[in-house]
Ligand binder design. Structure first.
Ligand SMILES: Cc1cc2nc3c(=O)[nH]c(=O)nc-3n(C[C@H](O)[C@H](O)[C@H](O)COP(=O)(O)OP(=O)(O)OC[C@H]3O[C@@H](n4cnc5c(N)ncnc54)[C@H](O)[C@@H]3O)c2cc1C
Length: 496
């Protein structure tokens, strides 16, 4: 019998992972990707011997990676040369006070006690809470496919309302552990990975600081794009066919069925199944007939965006750790400005990544490759935003912050700069509102409330990636790929 055919729109992490699962199950899988290379947000570029990961820089939740690579028929550790990054982050506060987040408990004890006497035992209690949330979160939320309301609103899930503190505010919950606002910030900033403010996020997300310290933050040799290289190797082995530089213009609909896609060059390609990896709100808005759903999605909360600076530098700044985070004392104002006002905060928190500290081949000898990421509001449809001016302010903030580390001459040593604003994220990857993490991860947009992996009307149209279940991040995109592929296989079997 002829194998069933699947078209995947987009070669992001979720799209490639799903494609591998489907091809390994005997389906004929064709991927159309608008950009010239795979990876989506997890991407890379090189210039004059400097190599930049243009999206993700942190391999976190390694246990999920291991499980997902195993599910793809491979070993994570055979495919990637991983090194643990410890301290994970070098945190620097406004007056230069610093804190290294490390799995070395003796070092943590000394540092925390210097901030606030008694805080080390609070930290251990906080880690216990994070541990519980991680175990439950991965089992009950991330790895779980919510196909029916009963999958979510079950009696067995009721205790989670107490155990995982989804209704408790993350930042407020920190008062049970620390008094010092800097310590509260040090263990909640990870919420921004979900595009969330800790002042809105559920306390459930203590799982992030737990996994970073317990399971580690890792770095693959050659940079984060090595993950994409590894997945592409698996996809080619499985027989997935890729077409790069090929944009899907719309999904062909016939009654309650999606029966293929129309490309921007006019070609029409038929398939039994369509799987959209392009950002879900974009798919509803631009690739599907309008049925009111895209208006409904526009009302939802979107994650923040970022301005990224990529600098090739003609000298090496050895005092920079691999991951340096500047945490502002105006912590609450930062999130109000980003999430509520869709702006650049006055005294912004920001992150600087120096990959050559981990892998010297990321920069020419004696030089440096630097990436600075400044969280900002997403694109606004209501208020005008001058992204040139905002970007230039953000750049000055980074230069100013680096002075705390004695780096006063960076501008003079820049060989070149590439930068991305929210407009770049929109244009490069069709991310609605330029939101780098897609739909936000507040309580009413998680679990069963997050857009599902299958369209409610067109039953052979599926979704995979950050704005669908389980949510943003590379490991979660791998899970999303597996869950979407499983759903497709289950549906095809039930039709036979
Ligand atoms: C700045 C930044 C930093 C991040 N840091 C981290 C981190 O440190 N660790 C981590 O785990 N995660 C991080 N993330 C999140 C992570 O990158 C994403 O959650 C994940 O890569 C999303 O994968 P996805 O499957 O949703 O696909 P996407 O990356 O959204 O890919 C979708 C693909 O669809 C393509 N496409 C769109 N429209 C069309 C069309 N019409 N036709 C054809 N193709 C189309 C796009 O070009 C894209 O390649 C970061 C993200 C950003 C932006």
């Amino acid at each position: 019998m002829k194998p069933k055919s699947v078209i995947v729109i987009g070669a992001g992490i979720g799209g490639i992972a799903a494609a591998i699962h489907l091809a390994r199950n005997g389906l004929k899988v064709t991927v159309f990707e608008k950009n010239p290379r795979p990876g989506g947000r997890c991407n890379r570029f090189s210039r004059d011997g400097h190599h930049f990961d243009s999206g993700p820089t942190l391999l976190i939740m390694p246990l999920l990676y291991e499980a997902e690579f195993t599910a793809l028929g491979a070993s994570l550790h055979d495919m990637l040369d991983l090194q643990r990054v410890d301290p994970t982050y070098h945190l620097i506060f406004d007056d230069g006070q610093h804190l290294d987040l490390t799995s070395d408990m003796k070092c943590m004890q000394e540092q925390l006690e210097a901030f606030e006497p008694g805080s080390f035992s609070s930290f251990r209690r906080y880690m216990d809470e994070g541990h519980r949330n991680y175990d439950l979160g991965v089992e009950k939320l991330v790895n779980h496919d919510f196909r029916t309301p009963a999958d979510f609103f079950s009696l067995s899930n009721l205790p989670l309302l107490i155990q995982m503190k989804p209704l408790v505010n993350h930042y407020e919950n920190m008062s049970a552990y620390f008094h010092h606002p800097r310590l509260k910030a040090a263990f909640t900033f990870q919420d921004v990975y979900m595009g969330l403010s800790p002042f809105e996020a559920p306390a459930t997300f203590s799982m992030m600081s737990y996994t970073e310290l317990a399971h580690g933050v890792w770095y693959p040799k050659g940079g984060m794009y090595s993950i994409v290289d590894a997945l592409m190797e698996l996809a080619c082995r499985a027989g997935v066919e890729f077409h790069f530089g090929t944009t899907v213009d719309r999904i062909k609909i016939n009654g309650n069925q999606a029966n293929g896609v129309v490309l921007t060059d006019g070609r029409q390609i038929q398939s039994d199944v369509v799987l959209a990896n392009a950002d879900l709100p974009y798919v509803y808005k631009y690739l599907l007939p309008h049925d009111g759903e895209s208006k409904r999605l526009a009302q939802k909360k979107y994650s923040c965006s970022v301005i990224s600076f990529f600098w090739g530098v003609d000298k090496s700044y050895e005092q920079l750790s691999p991951h340096t985070l500047f945490l502002s004392d105006d912590y609450r104002e930062n999130f109000e400005s980003i999430i509520r006002d869709l702006n650049l905060p006055v005294n912004p928190c920001l992150y600087v990544h120096a990959p050559a500290r981990l892998d010297p081949s990321m920069a020419p000898d004696g030089q440096d490759t630097l990436i600075a990421i400044v969280p900002v509001g997403h694109l606004s449809e209501k208020e005008p935003q001058d992204w040139v001016e905002i970007r230039d302010c953000a750049r000055q903030e980074v230069f100013w912050r680096l002075r705390a580390l004695g780096i006063t001459d960076l501008e003079a040593h820049l060989k070149f700069e590439v930068n991305y604003t929210p407009l770049s994220w929109l244009k490069r990857y069709n991310l609605i509102k330029g939101s780098t993490h897609g739909l936000s991860h507040n309580l009413n947009q998680l679990g069963y409330f997050r857009p599902h992996n299958r369209h409610s009307k067109y039953h052979n149209l599926y979704f995979v990636g950050a704005s669908t279940h389980p949510g943003t991040g590379i490991p979660t995109a791998l899970v999303s790929g597996r869950l979407a592929a499983q759903r497709i296989m289950d549906d095809l079997h039930s039709l036979n």
